[in-house]
Ligand binder design. Sequence first.
Ligand code: PMP
Length: 419
Amino acid sequence: GSAKIIEKKREFLFPCSHHFYKNPPQIVRGEMQYLFDSQGKQYLDFFAGVSVMNCGHCNPEILEASIAQMKTLQHTTTIYLNQPIVDLAEKLSHVLPGDIKHSFFCCTGSEANEGAILLARLYTGKNGIISLSNSLHGRTYLTMSATAIPMWRVDPALDTSVTIVPNVYSKDKPLDEAARDSLKEIEKVIQSKGADNFAALIIEPIQGNGGIITPPKWYFKELKTLLEKNKILMIVDEVQTGFARTGKMFAIENYDVVPDIITIAKALGNGMPISAFCANDEIASAFTKPSASTLGGNPVASSTSIAVLDYIEKNNLCEVAEKLGAKLKTGLLNLKEKHPLISDIRGLGLMLGAELLKENGEPASEETDLILEGLKDEGILLGKNGLGRNVLAFQPPLVITEDDVELVLSKLDKILCNL
Ligand code: PMP
């Protein structure tokens, strides 16, 4: 059972490795929106391995492409030409926003963000990076420095080139006002340290780990204008939000803004490790020195990602996320009326968060854990995030049905009634 795994984990993994649940299920098998534990118990997965399995677990159509490639050619590095990596880059250019066309493939979201920051420095000839409170951008030295969530920072590992500014979240102010204040603070920082000191601002369109923090419609346009005025690039981190999750292929499309650099990972490979930073002709041309990632965009990962893009298109996953997301949001708003523990519902498409606050306004972290445990016992796996680990995160595979949404809402209602 799970006790043995926890014991082994304690003995052989690093002490920093982290898991959900006091008594975590030992997951042994996945099938589309379902996971199964070692006892044969079925779970409806509403977290998708943190927004990775958008096309479902062990999706047969995608597996077919991975296995066929695995049997033909697994790896060469980019030193030799291969078809899948260029086909994937071409396919991505058709769905990436605006004139973004070139991709540099690597393996993780952290690497993609690290590369994006390097590219911004090469293009602008400047060094400083602006990042926002509640952000998570990775665990390499620089991307951890750009990560503002205290839980995910190891504080000696701080690079002083990163300046953290307030995001749009405030418990005490309406969203629009907090968003205005965020822009004012960003402008202040640029003025006080000088526009010449900043290469880029890096931002998640919707902050995932930070608590599904969702800026108002107008925010990104004004932010882009401010950055352009100061010749600072906008790096949009779509690691968690990309690939139909929010009802659009990329979340930034909800805001009608074309970023300078976009980073993608997680759902691109639907479980295969692949990521990329992407830019237009002009910006990509700043990176001319030979560079390669040994495993980045290898044939198996690339062929899988091509199948992912085909599957998203063929099955209209953007529409599914929008339609079922609307249904889930309506249901959650109804639960908010009924249960005062729920203080806010936010997000877009099937990336929704329910913030839980105690009567005194403090994060309801223990209650969040109790709800997660209760849902697990009922056969539903939900996520949690936010600075106080008090936001229920609904980010299911985009292959769920209306019945799945109704089931989650009714079980959540029952648990909240009995809390
Ligand atoms: N950016 C965002 C928005 C993320 O959510 C994450 C991971 N949760 C990362 C970057 C880092 O990605 P990885 O763990 O693949 O390095």
